[in-house]
Design a protein around this ligand. Structure first.
Ligand SMILES: [Ca+2]
Ligand SMILES: [Ca+2]
Length: 389
């Protein structure tokens, strides 16, 4: 994908040039099973195995079958700590290597709580606050379930003033990250509740709460956040899908903006207005008419690796979905008397995977028109399977 930035002087003149100031807000740990009516600490599974880890010293006498798993709390190499379940139906014991020294002794036994729930206070790696972690064994003893009790509570700036807010660690690693399932709740309308649609959102570098968008940077353990109210300004994208020959029909390229919003691009070869932000390619559905007049359809999907950065008052130009390259993938398993199938998978430069191309109503395994689509080195790429007896 080639991107070129062009400044549009006329647009710059009408756009506000001073960004809103960032505000630092603080969040405090609330060690409760509920905060403002929201349940904290979702149960997370840890897979248990009967294979003992290599570096482990066991100084307890097992009464049942030992099963091992890994709990990850905090950040860095020391985030992972071993858990050992001495499994006996109805009378299991749990050991947690909370101090992370690879040694399991009587000191590591988790206190038995009510309803078979163990409870231990632990400091996540790299963090300062001790967290209450609760455990229970799943039915059959193949998984251990745990939850980290509590969340972080603070206030969040809105145009109507500060509003109550919560940070929720939804994946149980004691960290607030923008790549996982963690969430932010802000009672923007001040009714004492968090609307699940407009006031409870996935934690991302930019979030929309109510009608306002914010840029957001939260410290890993949730103590504070930098918050900037943000109104996205428009920029311009000139996207092209280069074809060596043939003609592009009505096609769609799907982009996912940094706030998770999906945008369908349908205009190619002429500039269109898009709100500023980082857009990631997430799919495409191209319709191409080849030189013989036959119509082809090329579906792409997957998680594109490259992003388009649309900046206010600027135009970027981007070539999309070209070139396409092949990688060999082994499909299926080699049976004793069977055959091994090797399939060339085709990917766009952005990392999108080409699905089965179709022409007319017919579904085909080979795609002679693909060379027309990529047109970079002129080599024909066909998609099919080769067998080895
Ligand atoms: Ca988390
Ligand atoms: Ca509310």
């Amino acid at each position: 994908m080639q991107v070129r930035a062009v400044l549009i002087g006329a647009m710059m003149a009408v756009l506000p040039l001073c960004p809103a100031p960032a505000e630092t807000v603080t969040f405090d740990l609330v060690d409760g099973q509920q905060a403002m009516g929201v349940r904290t600490g979702r149960w997370q599974p840890i897979k248990l195995s009967t294979d003992a880890p290599e570096r482990m010293v066991l100084k307890v006498r097992p009464r049942g079958e030992l099963r091992y798993g890994t709990l990850s709390l905090g950040q860095g190499a020391r985030a992972q700590r071993m858990v050992v379940v001495d499994y006996r139906a109805g009378a299991s014991a749990l050991y947690v290597d909370a101090d992370n020294n690879g040694l399991i002794s009587r000191r590591n036994v988790a206190p038995t709580g009510e309803k078979g729930i163990w409870q231990m206070a632990m400091r996540p790696s790299g963090g300062t606050d001790r967290r209450t972690v609760r455990f229970r064994v799943g039915v059959g003893g193949r998984i251990l379930l745990y939850n980290v009790r509590g969340c972080h509570q603070g206030t969040f700036p809105t145009k109507e003033g500060p509003r109550p807010a919560l940070l929720l660690d939804m994946d149980g690693d004691c960290l607030y990250t923008t790549t996982g399932r963690d969430q932010l709740c802000v009672d923007a309308n001040g009714d004492g509740k968090f609307s699940p649609i407009s006031e409870r959102v996935a934690l991302r570098p930019s979030v929309r709460i109510g009608r306002q968008e914010y840029k957001l940077s939260v410290t890993p353990f949730g103590g504070s956040a930098q918050v900037t109210m943000w109104d996205r300004a428009p920029g311009t994208l000139l996207a092209t899908i280069p074809l060596k020959s043939g003609a592009l029909g009505p096609s769609i390229v799907t982009l996912i903006r940094d706030d998770g919003k999906a945008v369908a691009l349908r205009t190619f070869g002429e500039p269109i207005e898009l709100l500023e932000g980082e857009y990631r390619l997430a799919g495409a559905d191209l319709q191409v008419t080849d030189k013989q007049g036959a119509g082809w359809r090329f579906p792409f999907d997957g998680n594109g690796t490259t992003t388009l950065k649309v900046e206010p008052g600027k135009q970027i130009e981007a070539q999309l979905i070209a070139p396409v390259e092949c990688r060999l993938a082994v499909t299926g398993e080699l049976q004793p008397e069977g055959e091994l199938c090797v399939t060339p998978d085709c990917y766009s430069a952005e990392g999108l995977k080409l699905g089965d191309a179709t022409t007319g109503k017919e579904r085909r395994n080979s795609m002679p028109a693909i060379a027309e689509l990529i047109g970079q080195d002129g080599s024909a790429i066909t998609k099919g399977t080769s067998g080895y007896g």
